[in-house]
Design a protein around this ligand. Structure first.
Ligand code: ADP
Length: 745
């Protein structure tokens, strides 16, 4: 399930952050596209505000002029016909309202009769559109934009009719408004650096612009596109092409009251607007990216500190515990958080395991001690039994062959019974003695390089007569194979082969066969198989048949002639001591194949315990034997075997246990080099653990071989050169050593 997910927490976390970041980024891009709309709208609003404020300003000024002129039109100085009074008033007003120029009064005949400025003689004004309009309509009138004759600057002129009581127009008051301030006003009004504003009349003549150089005042330089759009839109937004063909977006506004029309256009280039939108989008994305990177870094640092480090420490702790150091404890926080609780759970587990391991070690030791006592007892008992038994058998034989006192037939039959029962008993006693010796580590092996063919042929020759007696044929295929030399104890090897051969005959059917065969295994052993066509063994028996006194479907308390149930136990012990392995396959009613495997001379993965390795201190020797057999067991497992890890763990555990015992013995014996030896033990433990850790991390043949080679070399070196130096100090201290070891744990 969800196999695509990364395995490490680190990678999962990064994936999680990315998963969170993606919707945020999508949302931001969506927001950015909304923002694009917003920028366009804001820009249009800014443009409209510029245009509108120009129109408002002009409208205000026109309205002010209107109010001013309206007031004047009712003044007695104006209506009374007194030119001097009129001139004085207009002069005063002109001074006061400096924005306006040329206050004047035109009489019924359209002569300027008084003015705020100098007027040497009345001037006839017949063609003034605003004066004419005021006369014609009787209402306030505004001229189209004009350009001052002297200044060349644009101006507006206003006229308000003067009425008599009968509402007849009897003249008009006028003033002018110069628009020179308009350019400054435009530059103040403009909101954006890239904005352009132009004020122009209905014919396209420029009255003012910002920036001033873009559209020179008084010239008709506006494109038709702009002019048409302004006339069409009046007040609103539109697009047009400028003289260079560039697309512009503009806000238009129309100035009221002006004959022939007048417009304000504020605009910017569409390209500029687009660029601005792009820049803002990039800015936004850059900020988003920076924020994401910052949050990623923060989350990463936080995760390392609060999650990954504690987890790594817990993993390291678990590895240390798995490697056998049950004294290691978690240092991850208190018990409030999940990881703290996990750490505490580890601690509890380690304590429980430690207690159980110690208990097990104690139990194993007790069992070993009991087994040893039992073996010693059996060995001595067997010895005690053998002497009288030999006497019984000897005297029985003497009675049988005594020429002076020949036995009757009946007596002879009875003596035969005594001899047969006695021989069976002697075999039993001999077997038990053998077993007891092996169990008490009293057997000495002499490993040598031998050719297995010779030993097997000898063994077959020895059992052929028994086979013939029972009608069983022995076929030797082993002789035909080109096989290599093995390293083993020839006598013990022959003993095992004999035991297997005699079982194969004993548990065979009349007319049955026994086939002996062999081959070389991939991991450096000689495989010898002895297959019979006999009764077979039920699967449920399993490896039980290698247990002492175990006889299939036979009450162990009732010994029959068929056997004792010790042979296979002895065989397994001997084969194991010789760094080999033993096993069988069987089918009831079809037959059994028992096999043994012994190391070839070339196999350097195993170590055979021999007298040469004996230190002479029982506890240390038996520890060494356990270590050797554990080491050999690692060579008997395939790399994929699940119990290989257990064996390695047991090997490391036992090594530590052995160090502890050895150090105790050294203390008891007052060994002078104890400190150095302890330091050596620590170093070894560390090295073994490092190699075991490496094997746990990379469980392959190469790392296993390195661990095995190290242990093997160390075992030999340690035993031959270091532990031997302890032997002289242990002389005569057997009891003290035993007592000290009993008190351990
Ligand atoms: P013994 O042969 O003296 O009884 P062993 O330890 O050699 O003792 O064998 C134990 C038991 O295993 C036998 O009693 C027998 O029941 C069973 N066994 C051993 N070898 C065979 C075989 N080849 N076929 C069937 N059963 C066997």
């Amino acid at each position: 399930m969800l196999t695509f997910l990364p395995k490490s927490i680190r990678h999962k976390f990064i994936l999680l952050i990315v998963l969170v970041a993606v919707p945020i980024a999508v949302f931001d891009v969506y927001q950015a596209s909304n923002q694009k709309q917003q920028i366009t709208e804001d820009t249009i609003k800014d443009l409209a505000r510029s245009s509108q404020s120009v129109v408002n300003k002009l409208s205000d000024l026109i309205d002010t002029s209107h109010e001013l002129l309206l007031g004047l039109s009712h003044a007695n100085e104006i209506t009374g016909g007194d030119t001097l009074a009129c001139t004085a008033l207009l002069h005063k007003i002109g001074e006061h309202f400096s924005k306006y120029t040329n206050f004047s009064f035109v009489n019924r005949d359209k002569y300027i009769v008084c003015s705020s400025g100098a007027l040497p003689k009345p001037v006839h004004v017949l063609n003034s559109p605003n004066i004419n309009a005021a006369f014609d309509t009787g209402k306030f009138a505004v001229s189209p934009f004009k350009f001052g004759v002297l200044t060349g600057k644009p101006i507006l002129v206003f006229s308000e009719p003067v009425m008599n009581e009968r509402d007849e127009v009897i003249g008009a008051v006028n003033n002018g408004l110069s628009l020179t301030w308009l350019a400054t006003f435009l530059s103040e009004t403009s909101k954006r650096p890239d904005e352009r504003i132009v004020v122009f009349d209905g014919k396209g003549t420029v009255l003012a612009s910002h920036p001033a150089h873009v559209f020179p005042v008084g010239e008709k330089v506006l494109t038709d596109s702009l002019l048409n759009m302004a006339g069409e839109v009046k007040n609103g937004t539109g697009m047009f092409q400028d003289a260079a063909g560039e697309q512009m977006i503009a806000a238009f506004a129309t100035i009221p009251h002006i004959p022939n029309g007048a417009h304000v256009a504020s605009f910017i280039s569409m390209d500029v607007l687009q660029e601005q939108i792009t820049v803002e989008l990039y800015q936004r994305l850059t900020i988003l990216a920076l924020l994401l990177v910052a949050s990623l870094v923060l989350a990463w640092v936080g995760m390392r500190a609060f999650l990954l480090n504690p987890i790594q420490r817990l993993v390291a702790l678990a590895d240390t515990l798995a490697a056998g150091n049950l004294h290691a404890r978690s240092d991850v926080g208190d018990d409030s958080g999940e990881l703290g609780r996990l750490g505490l759970a580890f601690n509890h587990m380690a304590e429980a395991l430690d207690a159980r391991t110690k208990g097990m070690a104690r139990a194993i030791e007790d069992a070993e001690r009991a087994s040893k006592v039992k073996s010693e007892f059996l060995a001595s008992m067997s010895h005690e039994l053998r002497t009288p038994l030999n006497a019984v058998l000897g005297f029985a034989q003497m009675m049988q062959y005594d020429p002076e006192n020949p036995l009757s037939e009946k007596q002879n039959t009875q003596i035969e019974h005594i001899l047969s029962g006695g021989n069976h008993l002697l075999k039993l006693v001999n077997d038990i003695l053998d077993l007891a010796r092996i169990e008490a580590n009293q057997t000495s092996l002499t490993p040598e390089d031998i050719d297995a063919k010779g030993v097997i042929s000898d063994a077959i020759d020895m059992v052929v007569p028994v086979g013939e007696e029972r009608g069983v044929t022995i076929i030797n295929h082993f002789n035909e194979k080109p096989l290599q030399q093995i390293r083993t104890d020839a006598v013990r090897f022959k003993q095992v082969v004999l035991n297997l051969l005699s079982n194969a005959i004993k548990f065979n059917n009349k007319g049955g066969t026994v086939i002996v065969d062999g081959n070389i295994t991939d991991d450096g052993f000689l495989h010898i198989s002895i297959a019979d066509s006999g009764v077979g063994i039920a699967t449920r028996e399993g490896d039980d048949i290698f247990n002492m006194f175990h006889r299939v479907d036979v009450d162990p308390m009732v010994a029959t002639e068929e056997g004792t149930g010790i042979g296979l136990t002895v065989s397994k012990m001997l084969i194991t001591q010789m760094a080999g392995r033993i096993g069988f396959e069987s089918e009831v009613g079809v037959g059994s194949t028992f096999w043994i495997e012994l190391p070839l001379v070339s196999n350097s993965n195993v170590l055979i315990w021999a007298d040469a390795l004996r230190v002479g201190i029982d506890a240390i020797d038996s520890d060494h034997q356990v270590l050797v057999s554990l080491l050999n067991r690692t060579s008997h497992q395939s790399i994929a075997a699940t119990n290989l890890a257990d064996i390695i763990l047991e090997l490391i555990d036992y090594t530590q246990y052995h160090f502890k015992r050895e150090e105790l013995i050294m203390t008891v014996c007052n060994y002078p080099d104890l400190d150095n030896h302890i330091a050596l033990h620590r170093k070894m433990t560390k090295q073994v653990k490092e190699l075991a850790d490496e094997w746990h991390r990379h469980p392959n043949l190469e790392t296993l071989k390195r661990l095995r080679d190290f242990l093997r070399t160390w075992l030999i070196e340690h035993i031959l050169h270091v532990d031997r130096s302890l032997t002289p100090y242990a002389n005569g201290k057997k009891k003290e050593i035993l007592a000290a070891l009993n008190s351990l744990d």
